[in-house]
Design a protein around this ligand. Sequence first.
Ligand SMILES: C[S@@+](CC[C@H](N)C(=O)[O-])C[C@H]1O[C@@H](n2cnc3c(N)ncnc32)[C@H](O)[C@@H]1O
Length: 259
Amino acid sequence: MSLALLTERKLKRIYKVLKGTLFTLTGKGNAWSGKYWDEHFYTDQIGDAQTISAQKSWLSAMHHYSSTENLIYRDFFNHGVATPFKNFLDIGSGAGHWIDFYRGIGAEQVTAIEVSEKCVAHLAEKYRDDPARPRLFCGTALEVIKNEDLGGDFDLVSSIGVFFHIVDDAELAECLNLIYEKMVPGGTLVAGGNFNHWPMNINTQIKDGRILNKRLRSRYWWTRKLKKAGFKNIRIHRNLTYAFIKDRTPENSILVCEK
Ligand SMILES: C[S@@+](CC[C@H](N)C(=O)[O-])C[C@H]1O[C@@H](n2cnc3c(N)ncnc32)[C@H](O)[C@@H]1O
């Protein structure tokens, strides 16, 4: 792995943060709404790689996913997180990668929330003949958690590569409060995304110059909101894997905390 590649990837990331800061300060872009995910994002088939982007290489996507999995294994082992989980809530399931991952480490009952109708149809088909098929809910995280009867005894809630797509800070903060209420004491929350030291929350992806669909929050914001909701033992594991492959993949660092 050449130093040149690492330097190039890091410089691109710094450029992205600076560009995002400018977008934010100038108020560029309007929050995505309605059928954005089905009409503008999932324009090809549904699969793990396509949750990153339509033409993403499978190899590069798996390089990214496995790096995120490793951080979760490491955290759960080092912090004695008790697996298997009895009741797991996955938020923003996409093609179901994380449903399969957590079931692989023993998650029993699964509930999935997804705003994309195409993804929900894909998941319904994928698990159609599965005796332990997940309960599927279509809608935004906030709509579903607030309005549907999900029960209140999740011992694991995970949302990887999703919270930064909830671009309204108040909406995300409300989600975190409601998630806390739906968990059993000692339950684990795993969030995948960016938890940077940059001192402000920044809007980084403005599709077609107008649709805002990604907002990265500072680790100060995350820590404050999670503590306010009641979470404790907050741990953040940086994922630098994106810097070692000649492709654009998400960062998806991992934040783990407990109720
Ligand atoms: C980058 S993909 C990640 C999918 C999956 N978690 C994974 O890692 O494979 C983001 C997913 O979150 C969904 N999503 C975005 N905003 C959402 C929201 N507010 N509520 C529920 N799902 C949402 C999108 O439809 C999309 O499938």
